[in-house]
Design a protein around this ligand. Structure first.
Ligand SMILES: NC(=O)c1ccc[n+]([C@@H]2O[C@H](COP(=O)([O-])OP(=O)(O)OC[C@H]3O[C@@H](n4cnc5c(N)ncnc54)[C@H](OP(=O)(O)O)[C@@H]3O)[C@@H](O)[C@H]2O)c1
Length: 317
C-alpha cells in the first residue's frame, strides 16, 4: 500500500512508520522539517538487517500545515493518508498554546483537505485516517459511553469537534474517513506514562485529585494495530474509540502502576497543585471519561492488551 503520514515523528507516528514499512508499505512523510524527520526515523530504526530496505520505502516532503494546502505531488496516486499532526496538548495552556493546539488541528486538517480536493478524483487516496481524542466527550461521570455519546463543551472537546468536522469532509471527496478518538496512550518512550514514571519510580506517585475520574487508556501496540485495521478494512468508518475495553479510575491506575513498579503509590497529587502547575490543562488529568471501544469490538478487533495490570507490565518490561 502507498501511504502518506503526517505527524510521523510523534509517539504514535514513529510506531506506525515502523509497522507499515515492516509489512512492505511505501510511505511518504509530510513534515514541517524533512531533515529532522529523516534523522529521527533513521535513529528509530533499530533493526539493522532491514533498515536499509525500510529507508528505501520512506520519502519525505515539506508541508507547513498552518500556512498552505498540502502539496499535490506527494499526495497524488497514494492509497491512504494517516493524519496525526498537531501541537502537543500536554503543556500549560496559555492563550497562545490554545491557539496553536486548535489551529494546528483544525486549520491543518482543512489545509490537508484543500490539497486532496485539488487532485483529480482518479488521483485521490481512498482513505483518510485522522487522529482525534477521547477529549471529544469532555468530562463524564462513571457511566460507560461509546461513540454515540454527544461531545463535551470544554476547550478540548470543542477542538475535537472542529477537528473531526474538517476530517469528515473527506467523505465529500469520496474518501473513506475514519476518526480515531484516541485514549491515553501507554508507552515508556513518551506521552502521559513517561511523565508519571519518575515520581512513581521514587515511590512518590499516587492518585491525582479525587482519583474517582475514569481514565480511558490504551497500550501503544493496540492503538497502532487499530490504526492498521482501520486502514485495511473498509468496514471501519466514522468515529472510533481507540481505547482499551477496561478503563479504570485514576485511583486504580495509580495503584496498578505502583504494583507494576513494585513501589508504594500512596502520595496523592492534589488538584490544586496541578492547577497551579498547568492551569486549565490540569482538567484533562483531574477529570476523565469511561470511553468504551464499542465499534472496534463490534468489528472484531482483538485487543493484545485489554487489562491494565498486564499492559503496564508489558510496557515496563
Ligand atoms: N499520545 C496520546 O496519548 C494521544 C491521545 C489522544 C490523542 N492523540 C492525538 O494523536 C495525534 C498523534 O499523537 P502523538 O502522541 O503521536 O503526538 P506527538 O508525539 O505530539 O507528535 C505529533 C506530531 O505533530 C507534528 N506537530 C507538532 N506540533 C505541531 C504544530 N504546532 N503544527 C503542526 N504539526 C505539529 C509533529 O510532526 P512534524 O514535526 O514532523 O511536523 C509531531 O511529530 C495527535 O494529534 C494527538 O493529539 C494522542
Amino acid at each position: 500500500m502507498k501511504v502518506v503520514v503526517t505527524g510521523a515523528s510523534g509517539l504514535i507516528g514513529r510506531g506506525l512508520v515502523h509497522k507499515l514499512t515492516a509489512r512492505g508499505d511505501e510511505l511518504t512523510i509530510l513534515t514541517r522539517d524533512p531533515e529532522r524527520a529523516r534523522k529521527r526515523h533513521s535513529l528509530a530504526s533499530s533493526d539493522a538487517r532491514s533498515s536499509a530496505e525500510r529507508h528505501a520505502a520512506l520519502a519525505f516532503s515539506r508541508w507547513s500545515p498552518l500556512q498552505e494546502a498540502a502539496p499535490a505531488e506527494p499526495l497524488a496516486g497514494q492509497d491512504a493518508v494517516i493524519h496525526l499532526a498537531g501541537e502537543p496538548v500536554a503543556q500549560r495552556w496559555s492563550e497562545q498554546a490554545k491557539q496553536a493546539i486548535h489551529d494546528s488541528r483544525v486549520l491543518g486538517t482543512r489545509n490537508l483537505l484543500a490539497g486532496l480536493s485539488a487532485l483529480a478524483p482518479s488521483m485521490r487516496p481512498r482513505t483518510l485516517l485522522s487522529a482525534s481524542a477521547i477529549g471529544y466527550y469532555g468530562a463524564h461521570g462513571p457511566e460507560p459511553i461509546d461513540e454515540e455519546a454527544p461531545p463535551g463543551q470544554d476547550f478540548l472537546a470543542q477542538v475535537c469537534v472542529a477537528w473531526e468536522r474538517e476530517a469528515r469532509a473527506a467523505s465529500e471527496l469520496a474518501l473513506r474517513a475514519v476518526q480515531l478518538r484516541i485514549g491515553v496512550v501507554l508507552d515508556r518512550s513518551g506521552g502521559a506514562l513517561a511523565k508519571m514514571l519518575p515520581p512513581f519510580r521514587l515511590g512518590l506517585g499516587g492518585r491525582v485529585g479525587s482519583g474517582e475520574q475514569y481514565m480511558a487508556w490504551i497500550h501503544r501496540e493496540d492503538v497502532l494495530d487499530i490504526a492498521l485495521a482501520s486502514l485495511d478494512d473498509k468496514r471501519w468508518s466514522g468515529p472510533v474509540n481507540a481505547t482499551a475495553p477496561e478503563p479504570v479510575t485514576g485511583a486504580v491506575f495509580a495503584r496498578s502502576l505502583g504494583q507494576a513498579l513494585h513501589r508504594p503509590a500512596l502520595v496523592p497529587v492534589p488538584s490544586l497543585a496541578l492547577r497551579l502547575l498547568y492551569g486549565e490543562m490540569s482538567e484533562v488529568i483531574t477529570t476523565g471519561v469511561r470511553a468504551m471501544p464499542a465499534k472496534a469490538l463490534v468489528l472484531g478487533y482483538g485487543f493484545a492488551h485489554p487489562s491494565l495490570g498486564e499492559a503496564l507490565r508489558a510496557v515496563l518490561a
